[in-house]
Write a protein that binds this ligand. Structure first.
Ligand code: FES
Ligand code: FE2
Length: 362
């Protein structure tokens, strides 16, 4: 674990990283396909037969719980001619291809082929949907499409252990929403970790309550920012009422922890609620933000009221950011500024770009 404000940050960023289609192609091939990415929350595939189709960066992967309760991931592609098998999410007893009717068991093995006498030249009994590497950690299902990444926990540099007391697997959404945004995918993550814009974009909101910027820490490719929450008189009493899953340390209750897990997963963590933001590129000028605000399962009374109030504030602040992100991309795509320069309070972005250089050049 290393405190930032250290060499190795990238303080000048080429504008073409936000506008160049060939750079996005490199990001898809060398970053998204090679790294661990969150496919969905684990609660979405809780029961046997539950499935979710992950469709991002030109990959299509089925995440599915089989009849033995084991989570599996397969390429969403039929072994006959390659047709796509499932869409969206739901629950199935088997996977049946809509094109010529090949049927697969939930463990991915080929079960039935219509009129098999026409396939005497191949051994259908040994065929299996292509596995995709999968791990479950921190309440999320992670996949590694190319399959060669180190074990997930090793890549997180101690973050999994640090987050264990928060029991993120108990978090359930108050709201999930997908925003289609007119900006490059990286700009959304940078905006969420940049304290330099706060006095301007959030003059009437965050800036009134927080005037000391976050402290940043790096964990290999990832960063954490810790932001002290302004003191208020009855917080200790309120914290006790809202900390069913504790015990939590004073630092955990008084501090907002914001983790940016490379490449595209950002969480704001407090014991009582969780904000999840995941950003996926559509093209170099547009992206999807998958936003979720969660409270702990079973929350009621003050704990629920606090989560609902914070959700309302979170959505208001997000709206302030979405306006500026549109203006950012409109300016950047003119190519007038070849090199963007990053302030100390944009340090998480400087770290992100240094990591991105390593992945895209490697
Ligand atoms: S492509 Fe799936 S059965 Fe033919
Ligand atoms: Fe902001």
């Amino acid at each position: 674990m290393t405190r930032l404000r250290a060499p190795g940050l990238m303080r000048s960023v080429p504008g073409t990283r936000y506008t160049d289609a060939s750079f996005l192609a490199l990001e898809k091939e060398r970053v998204f396909r090679r790294s661990w990415v969150v496919a969905c929350p684990a609660w979405r595939v809780a029961k046997a037969g539950d499935f979710f189709c992950f469709e991002q960066f030109d990959a299509s992967v089925i995440v599915l719980r089989d009849g033995q309760g084991e989570l599996r991931a397969f390429q969403n592609t039929c072994l006959h001619r390659g047709s796509k098998l499932l869409e969206g999410g739901g629950n199935v007893q088997e996977i049946r291809c809509r094109y010529h009717g090949w049927r697969y068991r939930l463990d991915g093995t080929l079960d039935q082929v219509p009129r098999p006498e026409g396939f005497e030249h191949i051994d259908c009994s040994k065929m299996h949907l292509h596995n995709v590497r999968l791990e479950v950690l921190l309440g999320f299902v992670w996949i590694n499409v190319e399959g060669n990444a180190p074990p997930l926990r090793d890549t997180l540099g101690g973050i999994a252990e640090e987050l264990a007391p928060y029991r993120l697997e108990e978090m359930r959404p108050i709201q999930e929403k997908v925003f289609k945004l007119p900006t490059n995918w990286k700009a959304v993550l940078e905006n969420a970790t940049d304290f330099y814009h706060v006095p301007f974009v959030h003059a009437a909101t965050i800036s009134r309550h927080v005037n000391v910027g976050p402290v940043m820490t790096s964990y290999g490719d990832h960063t954490r920012q810790t932001l002290e929450i302004a003191p208020y008189g009855f917080r200790k009493w309120l914290d006790d009422k809202c900390s069913r899953a504790g015990p939590y340390t004073a630092a955990q209750t008084s501090t907002l922890h914001k983790y940016l897990l490379f490449p595209n997963f950002l969480i704001n963590v407090l014991p009582y609620h969780l904000t999840v933001m995941q950003v996926w590129p559509i093209d170099q000028h547009t992206c999807e933000l998958h936003y979720a605000f969660c409270r702990r399962q079973g929350a009621r009374g003050l704990e629920l009221a606090r989560a609902l109030a914070t959700w309302g504030a979170s959505r208001y602040i997000l709206r302030e950011d979405l306006h500026i992100l549109k203006a950012f991309q409109e300016g950047v795509r003119t190519d007038a500024v070849r090199m963007q320069r990053l302030h100390d309070e944009e340090e998480a972005a400087a770290h992100f770009h240094a990591v991105l250089s390593r992945w895209t050049e490697g």
